[in-house]
Design a protein around this ligand. Structure first.
Ligand SMILES: C[S@@+](CC[C@H](N)C(=O)[O-])C[C@H]1O[C@@H](n2cnc3c(N)ncnc32)[C@H](O)[C@@H]1O
Length: 176
């Protein structure tokens, strides 16, 4: 995984595209170092962010980075895999994941795990960087991810692409 420092530009872009409102309820799957947690929580007042990662090491790092948001009850972090997560009766306005394998490799299971936890008008935002794609082939990644969104039983709301350093990134927004 890239270091948190190099991750910043793509994660700033990603959180910008989420257009986080102050009362939004969000779920991040595969939060890694927790950089996006901080960027999201800065925009929340009454809203909350639940962030999960299957790696206890990543959650420990993300917890250290976001202690202030956790103490203020804006962020709740848990070391658990998406497929094992018990999200109870929580409903999210936005679910997002950046470079998180299940949404690309097991889309039926991954989208199925969050479908029942979306609020009315809730959306899923799947981000991926275009590492390994030729600069003029970023659209192929967008198309591939859009296919995964549809495989997961969602419709594709929009596909975004951004030219970032060191590589472009794409986002596909899905609705159930
Ligand atoms: C490539 S890292 C990306 C981390 C962060 N989203 C970022 O972009 O910097 C993928 C993260 O997803 C987590 N992950 C992979 N599969 C997962 C799953 N099934 N459930 C929860 N987290 C998962 C990994 O532990 C890892 O921290």
């Amino acid at each position: 995984m890239p270091t948190a420092g190099r991750a910043s530009e793509r994660l700033v872009w990603a959180v910008d595209t989420l257009a986080v409102g102050p009362s939004d309820r969000l779920l991040e799957v595969g939060c890694g170092h927790g950089v996006a947690i901080d960027l999201v929580c800065e925009r929340l007042t009454t809203g909350t962010l639940t962030a999960i990662d299957r790696s206890p090491k990543m959650i420990a790092t993300a917890t250290r980075r976001n202690r202030e948001h956790i103490d203020a009850a804006r962020a709740v972090l848990e070391a658990v895999a998406l497929e094992d997560a018990d999200l109870g009766d929580q409903r999210f306005d936005k679910v997002f994941a950046f470079n998180c394998a299940p949404f690309r490799l097991q889309p039926e299971a991954a989208f199925g795990a969050v479908r029942g936890h979306l609020a009315r008008s809730g959306t899923v935002h799947v981000f991926w960087d275009a590492r390994g794609f030729a600069p003029d082939r970023t659209g192929d990644l967008g198309d591939e991810l859009a296919g995964r969104v549809r495989q997961g039983g969602f419709s594709v709301d929009r596909i975004l692409a951004e030219d970032l350093d060191p590589v472009p990134a794409v986002c596909v927004v899905g609705r159930p």
